[in-house]
Design a protein around this ligand. Structure first.
Ligand code: KPL
Length: 316
């Protein structure tokens, strides 16, 4: 089975490493030619939770040179939300009508990309709370156990056997459970609620996820979560506020050593996903006239930090 992984960030590298340990033909599609060359030379090293390093060789190709590739059976899209538009044409080109396409983004926005592929029956959203950190172009560190849910999007009653078998096959190589989910939209909002608290707060404070539990942030976490749940409930997604707070604390614990992806982005002088996380909540809130002052405040602070750090990185 031929699998493409589009985007070699932390989640892309983690999955490339895992899948290439099974008997799949894995190709990593990179944004840069430099990363492609490094992967070809060095393969991928994946540092597991127990400190063991798994080394695998995978095929790689820069996204801009994919015109010659034959179609894939499964495509993992692991680029950020704001990069999705840049890979839509590639997805069309590298897939057959029945290729199974999995979207692995944080936040919201992948629904619009999936909409653009409307003639395809096999699109899925994957939601994960696993923590991973890209140490270099070829080295990923698995920093936190979590859960992963995969669901058809838009919702379909029937799963294609290919993906169902695939999920069963990959289960033994991952410590964290992978579940098939019938209510993936709810999961997307649950994960959004988690990211909308952990990511901006860790970014502003510059601390690993676990630190959020040891400082006096109870009140802010609570206020943000109440706002998220109000917006979700207004659009018909049932989110319970106390369950969501419990979940956020659990993720902080499970990924305590992890630097959130947003903090990693800011430290690397990169664009963050704030627009598709807190920004998406603010957008829905506006449309449905729900006040979300706390999200607006964090959104503004992260945007300011993003600009500041980009400027500093560029002048170094
Ligand atoms: O998804 C994450 C992220 O960093 O974006 C969490 C689950 C918060 C792990 O760090």
């Amino acid at each position: 089975m031929r699998i493409a992984i589009v985007g070699a960030g932390s989640i892309g590298l983690l999955w490339a490493s895992r899948l290439s340990r099974l008997s799949y033909e894995v190709t990593v599609l990179t944004h840069t030619i430099e990363q492609h060359k490094r992967i070809v030379q060095a393969g991928i090293s994946c540092e597991e939770l127990d400190g063991q390093v798994n080394h695998t060789n995978v095929t790689s190709c820069p996204i801009e040179e994919t015109s010659e590739l034959s179609p894939f059976d499964i495509i993992f899209i692991t680029v950020k939300q704001y990069q999705l538009q840049n890979v839509m044409e590639l997805i069309q080109r590298c897939s057959l009508p029945f290729t199974q396409i999995l979207f692995w983004q944080n936040g919201l926005g992948q629904e619009k990309a999936i909409d653009e592929l409307q003639h395809r029956p096999d699109t899925y959203v994957a939601i994960t709370t696993e923590g991973a950190y890209r140490k270099s172009d070829t080295h990923v560190v698995h920093t936190g156990q979590g859960e992963t849910w995969i669901g058809t999007f838009p919702h379909q009653e029937q799963w294609k056997p290919l993906l169902q078998d695939f999920v069963k096959t990959i289960q033994p190589i991952v410590i964290s459970p992978i579940r098939t989910e019938n209510m993936i939209l709810k999961r997307m909002w649950e994960k959004l609620a988690v990211n909308a608290v952990i990511n901006p707060l860790t970014t502003i404070l510059e601390v690993p996820n676990g630190e959020l539990l040891s400082v006096e942030l109870e009140n802010i976490m609570e206020k943000l979560t109440v706002e998220t749940c109000q917006v979700a409930n207004r659009i018909g997604v049932e989110l319970d506020h106390s369950r969501t707070i419990k979940k956020i604390r659990e993720v902080c614990n499970l990924t305590s050593q992890n630097l959130s992806s947003m903090l990693q982005d800011v430290q690397g002088g990169k664009q963050t996903e704030i627009d598709s996380i807190n920004g998406a909540i603010i957008q829905y809130a506006k449309e449905h006239k729900v006040p979300v002052y706390w999200h607006e405040m964090l959104y503004t602070l992260v945007k300011a930090k993003e600009v500041h750090n980009k400027r500093n990185t560029n002048t170094l």
